[in-house]
Design a protein around this ligand. Structure first.
Ligand code: SAM
Length: 473
C-alpha cells in the first residue's frame, strides 16, 4: 500500500500509486479548469504533489505548456537568481562487479580498460582540476567492494581536501557511489562530504531488476532505501536522479517526486538536488537499443515540471547534454552545471587515446571550463564557485530555511560574485576576465543590504589587490 512515511521502498514508491497517478494524469491532461488550479497552486512556490505535477507533465495544450515554462523560469529566478553553480566529476575507479545493462562499466565488459586512481594519481587529477578553476567535485566510481572500499574513498576524500596548489582548493567534495550502510554513510559525513548522490536509474521495479541482472545493485529495495540510510547516517544533503531512457518517463517522473515527498515526510527535508541524466552512447552501449529515449522537448518539459514541483531543490545537468540543450534547460530550472568534464579515470591529467578509453559515456559538451564560464556570463548568468553553505553548516533543513527566508540575495549572490572574482583573477582568459569584471560591477549593485554590499565591495578589492581568497557569508 502507498505510504509516504514507510521505510519500505515498495510502499513509498508504490507501483499501484504510480499507475493510478498516470491514469489520473491521462484523464485530466486536458482538464483546463484543473490545470489552471494546479498552476495557481504552483505560483505560491510551495511545490506540487506527484499527482498534480503529473497532470501538468501530461498536458498537451500548447498555451498551458507555455504558462508552465514561464512559471518555471520565474521560480528559478526567484529562488536561484541568475547564479549557476559550477562543478566537475572526478572518476576514481571504473572497476565494477555489477551487471547494469546500460553502463559500460558492467562486469562482463572485458574490453574497457579498468583503472583505479592511486592517491598520487588523485593528486595529479586534483591539481589539473584546480588549475582549471574548479572548487567543487562530484566523485564517481563503479561498485567493487574489494577494490573500491570505504577506506579507499575516505583516504581519497582526505587527499583531495589536503591539496592546495597555487590559489587552488577543492572546497566541497560530493560523492556518487553505490548504496551502502548507515555506518558507511556516517563515515562519509565525518570525512566532510557535501552531497551524497545516487541515481535511482529507474523507479520501475520490474525493469530495474532486468536492467540490473547481477551484482549487489540488483537489490532494488536496498538501492531505493539508500537515501533513508544516508539520512540516518547524518547526511542531510542527498541528490536524487533517474537515468531517462531506461523506462517510461512519466512513470519515472512520478517516482522521483514520490521519493522527494518521502524524504520530506520521513526526515523533514527533501532532496538537496535532482539530476536529470539521459542515457548516452558509451563503449559497448548503444542507446538505440533501449526503447524509452526522450526527445529534447520532452526532456525540457520534465525539467520545467520538476522546477515548479520542488522549487527548493537544486537541479543539475551534466555534459551528457550539448550546448544548445543546456542553454534551454538553464532557463527552465537548472541551477548547477558541470564544465570541462572528463568521464574517464585519470582523464584530467592525461587525456586518453580514443581506442583505449575508460570513459563512462560520451560527453556532448566538450568546451573548456573557461568557455563555459564565458558563455554563461554572455547570457547574464553568474557562474558561482561558492561552497559556503555546507562549510558554514547550512545543510539539510538549515539550507532550506535560507531559501525560504528570502535572504539568498544577501548571502548566495555575494558569495557567487566573490568566488567568480577569484576565478577571474586566477584562471580566466583575458576575454573571459573582461566580461566577468563588467558583470560583477553590475551585479554587486543588486545586493539589497547596503552594509553587506559594502563588505562585498571591500572583499572584491582585497581579492584583486591583496591576493586574498575564500571570503564567504
Ligand atoms: N556505481 C554507482 C551506483 O551504483 O549508482 C554510480 C556511479 S556511476 C559512475 C554514475 C551514473 O552514471 C549512474 O548512476 C548512471 O545513471 C550513469 N550512467 C551509467 N551509464 C550511462 C550511460 N551509458 N549514459 C549516461 N549515463 C550513464
Amino acid at each position: 500500500m502507498y505510504d509516504v512515511n514507510s521505510k519500505c521502498a515498495d510502499d513509498f514508491i508504490n507501483h499501484e500509486e504510480i499507475l493510478e497517478t498516470l491514469a489520473y494524469a491521462d484523464e485530466n491532461k486536458e482538464n483546463v479548469e484543473l490545470i489552471d488550479t494546479i498552476i495557481e497552486k504552483a505560483k505560491k512556490r510551495k511545490g506540487l504533489t506527484h499527482r498534480e505535477a503529473s497532470v501538468l507533465l501530461a498536458c498537451p495544450i500548447e498555451e498551458k505548456n507555455q504558462e508552465i515554462y514561464k512559471l518555471a523560469e520565474q521560480i528559478k529566478k526567484d529562488f536561484y537568481g541568475n547564479r549557476i553553480v559550477m562543478f566537475a566529476p572526478l572518476y576514481l575507479s571504473n572497476y565494477c562487479i555489477n551487471g547494469c545493462t546500460y553502463c559500460p562499466y558492467h562486469a562482463k565488459n572485458k574490453h574497457i580498460p579498468r583503472k583505479q586512481l592511486s592517491q598520487d594519481e588523485i593528486r595529479r587529477e586534483v591539481i589539473a582540476l584546480q588549475d582549471m578553476g574548479h572548487k567543487r567535485l562530484a566523485l564517481e566510481a563503479g561498485e567493487d567492494p574489494v577494490r573500491n572500499t570505504m577506506d579507499y574513498y575516505l583516504e581519497s576524500i582526505k587527499t583531495i581536501y589536503s591539496i592546495k596548489h597555487k590559489n587552488g582548493a577543492i572546497r566541497r567534495v560530493n560523492i556518487n557511489i553505490a548504496a551502502t550502510t548507515v555506518d558507511n554513510y556516517r563515515l562519509l559525513k565525518e570525512a566532510g562530504i557535501g552531497t551524497y548522490i545516487l541515481f535511482q536509474e529507474t523507479y520501475h521495479k520490474e525493469s530495474y531488476l532486468e536492467l540490473h541482472p547481477t551484482g549487489p545493485k540488483h537489490d532494488y529495495n536496498y538501492h531505493t532505501e539508500a537515501m533513508d540510510r544516508a539520512m540516518e547516517g547524518g547526511i542531510d544533503d542527498v541528490g536524487l536522479g533517474v537515468l531517462f531512457g531506461l523506462d517510461k518517463y512519466r512513470y519515472e517522473f512520478a517516482g522521483l517526486l514520490m521519493h522527494a515527498e518521502h524524504l520530506e515526510a520521513a526526515f523533514g527535508v527533501g532532496p538537496h538536488t535532482i539530476s536529470v541524466p539521459r542515457l548516452k552512447h558509451a563503449d559497448d552501449i548503444n542507446p538505440e537499443e533501449f526503447d524509452n529515449g526522450i526527445d529534447d522537448e520532452t526532456f525540457l518539459k520534465i525539467i520545467a515540471c520538476i522546477r515548479i514541483a520542488v522549487p527548493y531543490t537544486g537541479m543539475i545537468i551534466s555534459t551528457r547534454e550539448n550546448k544548445s540543450c543546456r542553454e534551454r534547460a538553464l532557463h527552465l530550472g537548472i541551477s548547477q552545471i558541470s564544465g570541462g568534464s572528463r568521464t574517464s579515470v585519470g582523464g584530467y591529467y592525461e587525456p586518453e587515446p580514443e581506442d583505449e578509453s575508460s570513459e563512462q559515456f560520451d560527453v556532448s559538451d566538450n568546451r573548456t571550463l573557461d568557455e563555459v564560464v564565458r558563455w554563461l556570463m554572455e547570457m547574464d548568468y553568474i557562474p558561482s564557485f561558492c561552497t559556503a553553505c555546507y562549510r558554514e553548516g547550512r545543510t539539510g533543513d538549515r539550507f532550506m530555511s535560507l531559501c525560504k527566508s528570502g535572504q539568498i540575495q544577501n548571502c548566495c549572490h555575494p558569495n557567487a560574485l566573490m568566488t567568480l572574482k577569484e576565478y577571474l583573477m586566477d584562471y580566466a582568459s583575458p576575454e573571459t576576465k573582461a566580461i566577468g569584471d563588467k558583470l560583477i560591477d553590475k551585479e554587486v549593485l543588486n545586493v539589497p543590504n547596503e552594509k553587506v554590499r559594502n563588505v562585498v565591495l571591500e572583499n572584491l578589492r582585497l581579492i584583486e589587490q591583496d591576493n586574498r581568497r575564500d571570503f564567504r557569508f
